[in-house]
Design a protein around this ligand. Structure first.
Ligand SMILES: *Cc1c(COP(=O)(O)O)cnc(C)c1O
Length: 401
């Protein structure tokens, strides 16, 4: 900590809460516990009837032809790129403002993730920058629906149709999200979802691939389990047999029935959980919108927002402290927060491998320095929400210019 912030901290701010409020927490109730218990009792722990039922219900919920359950969104993106046929040396365009997984899956193929800058309003991939990044080697685009609002899919599809590129949406944040009245998960070649513990639907670890293309769906399914031509679980039931064929060297990405049991219950309460997130977001908006040091999230009319994240931005010119110090004070107030994200191009691997400098993507670089993700999850009480509001406003007032 530098001297100035140390000085500030000697002027004690009030501790808002006695107990630490975690940044994220899954919404697990009696029903989840009962269903997991039933799986354990059933003796079928790995991919089986519950996984298949989860896939069916998920596809039905979105209104998409095929849903393939896997053990993470990272696996889902890997399989989608494999089905498209990404090869070494190909280029895949994505945003620098995302999680590690989005670009790392491109490296699995020894292909090149081509990072581009973001739109300052939405923090989503800037379509004008995609246009500048397309080359004859470009094979696909991976847009990310940052925080839970859709990327500009219309403009992206216009481009990919013109250049014959595939689209794999990283929808780890976008369940449920609507783009122009249509559900995310039904709009591109592939969409991938995450059921990681912090996500809007949580199974601990888990993911889903959705697509309307039968051939691609088949390929993903086969490659998700060792490239084997039949579901293993059928081999051990009456209808199955001991016989199987290896079609390609696949992966071990299948979902367990334990996770699927959680997923089925969580899917059933997704709308209710989303309502609560929206309520909390509305409270935050109301509390912060007039403060000169704070910028609330806004999003274009073509999308809805499911608020997986509530990304508050600091107007640094209206504050005497930087974002990191702001976070230190929130922690002192017992409020857990996070930062989404340190842009990929600023990380050692991408700097060293591709020679990126922080200023190469000025918008992402600038926004990174002023983002704070506040706690937002269905089990937060009104009083938790009030504590966050109080702490943020107190710090913003105290250090406001
Ligand atoms: C969480 C997340 C992922 C990875 O999801 P896993 O299920 O943990 O593999 C990918 N992209 C984004 C944008 C994420 O937030």
């Amino acid at each position: 900590m530098d001297r100035i912030s140390q000085l500030h901290r000697t002027r004690k701010l009030r501790k808002v809460r006695d107990e630490f409020l975690p940044f994220a927490k899954p919404c697990i109730g009696e029903l989840e516990i009962r269903e997991v218990e039933a799986v354990l009792q059933s003796g079928w722990l790995t991919t089986g009837p519950r996984t298949h039922s989860f896939e069916e219900k998920f596809a039905e919920y979105l209104g998409v032809e095929y849903a393939i359950a896997v053990n993470s969104a990272t696996a889902a993106m890997h399989l989608a790129l494999e089905a498209i046929g990404i090869q070494a040396g190909d280029e895949v365009i994505t945003t620098t403002f995302t999680f590690a997984a989005t670009a790392e899956v491109v490296r699995y193929f020894n292909a090149k993730p081509v990072l581009v800058d973001i739109d300052p309003t939405t923090l989503n991939i800037d379509v004008e920058q995609i246009k500048l990044a397309v080359t004859p080697r470009t094979k696909a685009i991976i847009p990310v629906h940052v925080a839970g609002q859709s990327a500009d899919l219309g403009a992206i599809h216009e481009l990919t149709t013109r250049y014959g590129l595939a689209v794999v949406e990283d929808a780890a944040h976008a369940l449920p999200t609507w783009y122009k009245g249509r559900r995310i998960g039904t709009l591109s070649d592939f969409t991938t979802f995450s059921f990681y513990v912090t996500k809007t639907l949580a199974t601990g670890e888990g993911g889903m691939i959705t697509t309307d293309h039968k051939q691609w769906a088949d390929r993903c399914r086969i490659m998700s389990l060792h490239g084997i031509s039949k579901d293993a679980w059928k081999r051990y039931t009456r209808e199955g047999s001991w016989y199987y064929e290896i079609m390609a060297p696949g992966f071990k990405y299948n979902m367990t029935d334990v996770a699927a049991a959680l997923g089925l219950v969580q899917l059933g309460k997704l709308e209710a959980m989303t309502c609560r997130r929206l309520e909390i977001a509305a409270r935050y908006d109301q509390a912060f919108k007039a403060h000169p040091a704070l910028q609330i999230p806004t999003y274009p009319s073509y999308t809805t927002h499911c608020y997986h994240l509530y990304i508050l931005r600091l107007n640094l010119e209206a504050l005497r402290i930087d974002r990191n110090t702001f976070i230190d004070y929130l922690r002192d107030a017992n409020i857990g927060v996070s930062v989404h994200w340190i842009p990929l191009h600023m990380h050692p691997y991408y700097r060293k491998t591709y020679g990126y400098k922080p200023q190469d993507f000025p918008v992402a670089f600038h926004e990174y320095k002023r983002v704070i993700s506040l706690p937002i999850y269905p089990t937060m009480s009104d009083s938790d929400v009030n504590d966050v509001i109080e702490a943020v406003l107190e710090i913003a007032d105290f250090f406001g210019e």
